[in-house]
Write a protein that binds this ligand. Structure first.
Ligand SMILES: *Cc1c(COP(=O)(O)O)cnc(C)c1O
Length: 406
């Protein structure tokens, strides 16, 4: 199974973090792999393939159009570029130099986070409004100027923000598009349509997370004119005006000619990723969500049961049914003093093995480890449970026997 990694001498990991990019995202179903292999066996025109993929994304999301990207971060970068340049080839050629074009993207301070670098990466400047935990509508409205290219929205659950509908109403009053980062808003499946239904103009999803598509895939859905601007900023532009797929736009005076390679050319997507993402997305919307949830719950329960009764260890299960989490998750609270180990020590001991076992470290600073089941293969839950029990039991060996560790 792990053949190629074995030959390369690279160990595989048991991933109880979820579809984290640093751990290889997720594993792919054989149907997706098969589709990618078939895609690799012939050449196609990428603009034609993207148009067909975009139609399928549009049908699934309820948007006007769609576009496959090399991830949600690339989708955000391309969305920002598209909102700044629209179809103007001069502007497309000019990025990341934003002089003379609208280049400000407004964000609520409560929604600042590590992925907004993707918006800035194409030259956009973020303009923050509000407090770290509160934004008033007038703050957003007054920040809109002729330099505003877009408003970015990150539907974080942990901090209060203006609701998307309210942001959309204000933005559209000034014809400013709203970009939503929905990279991790799946499950539930309904969110594939929810942000578009709420009026967002471009929505970014990750393909390599819950959708279980290729790790380096994602997509945008949204307004057709903006998606076309995404394509112009992204596609290989070693083209001639006379034969270019969109030469009718030149004839009709919409554009003076094709741009050169845009800023998105460095975020290339292969035909294998486009096809893999589309097949994974089609499978994602057809899957039995209840059965999937039940499988995840069983894996979490297996870990919780194995840890039951261990001194210094308390397990809490949070679940979407009670709106505590998007995915059933086991939260393992450690009595660090009693165990003589910090949560970080436990994480390091788990990940140093072969296979390395990786748990969520989001709340490690509070002494809490998380087990997320999304990427656990069948049987992985036993490895997680066994290694946890071993590390947590060994931790309580007599203090005199424990050497100084760091
Ligand atoms: C993972 C993630 C991204 C980036 O998605 P990729 O598909 O890995 O590029 C963007 N935003 C958020 C909130 C994410 O969690």
């Amino acid at each position: 199974m792990a053949g190629v990694y074995e030959r390369l001498g690279v160990r595989t990991v048991v991933n109880a973090v979820g579809p984290a990019t640093r751990l290889g995202g997720t594993t792919l179903d054989p149907e997706v792999l098969q589709a990618m292999a078939e895609a690799a066996s012939a050449c196609v025109k990428i603009d034609e393939l993207q148009e067909r993929a975009g139609q399928i994304i549009a049908e699934i999301t309820g948007a006007e159009a769609g576009y496959v990207t090399s991830g949600a971060a690339a989708a955000l970068a391309l969305a920002a570029a598209a909102c700044m340049t629209r179809l103007d080839p001069v502007r497309i050629n000019q990025l990341p130099d934003v002089q003379g074009m609208p280049h400000e993207i407004i964000v609520q301070r409560t929604q600042r986070y590590d992925y907004d670098h993707a918006l800035r990466s194409v030259g956009a400047r973020l303009v923050e409004v509000g407090f770290p935990d509160l934004t008033f509508p007038y703050e957003l409205e007054r920040a809109i100027t002729p330099l505003t290219a877009a408003i970015a929205y990150y539907p974080t659950r942990s901090r209060p923000a203006l609701p998307l509908e309210e942001v959309v109403t204000i933005a559209h009053r000034y014809e400013v598009p709203v970009i939503v980062d929905a990279a991790v808003e799946l499950p539930p499946t309904a969110n594939l349509r929810a942000f578009i239904a709420a009026g967002a103009d471009l929505v970014a999803f990750s393909g390599g997370k819950a959708i279980r598509g290729p790790q380096a895939s994602g997509f945008l859905c949204g307004r057709a004119d903006l998606i076309r601007a995404v394509a112009f900023n992204h596609q290989d532009m070693d083209v001639r005006p006379e034969t270019w797929r969109y030469r009718d736009l030149i004839a009709s005076g919409v554009v003076p000619g094709p741009p050169h390679h845009g800023i998105g050319r460095a975020m290339k997507v292969g035909k294998e990723e486009i096809v893999g993402l589309i097949v994974a997305l089609q499978r994602f919307v057809q899957r039995d969500e209840a059965a999937e949830l039940a499988g995840w719950r069983a894996k979490i329960q297996h870990v919780a049961t194995a840890l039951r009764g261990l001194p210094g260890v308390t397990v809490e299960i949070v679940d979407p049914a009670t709106h505590q989490a998007a995915v059933p998750t086991a939260l393992i609270a450690l009595d660090e003093r009693l165990l003589g180990l910090s949560a970080y020590d436990v994480l390091n001991r788990l990940q140093e093995g072969d296979p390395g076992v990786f748990l969520s470290e989001e709340r490690a600073w509070q002494g809490v480890l998380g087990v997320n089941p999304i990427v656990l293969r069948d049987g992985d839950e036993s490895i997680v449970a066994d290694r946890l029990v071993a590390v947590l039991t060994e931790a309580r060996a007599p203090a005199t026997a424990a050497p100084e560790r760091r």
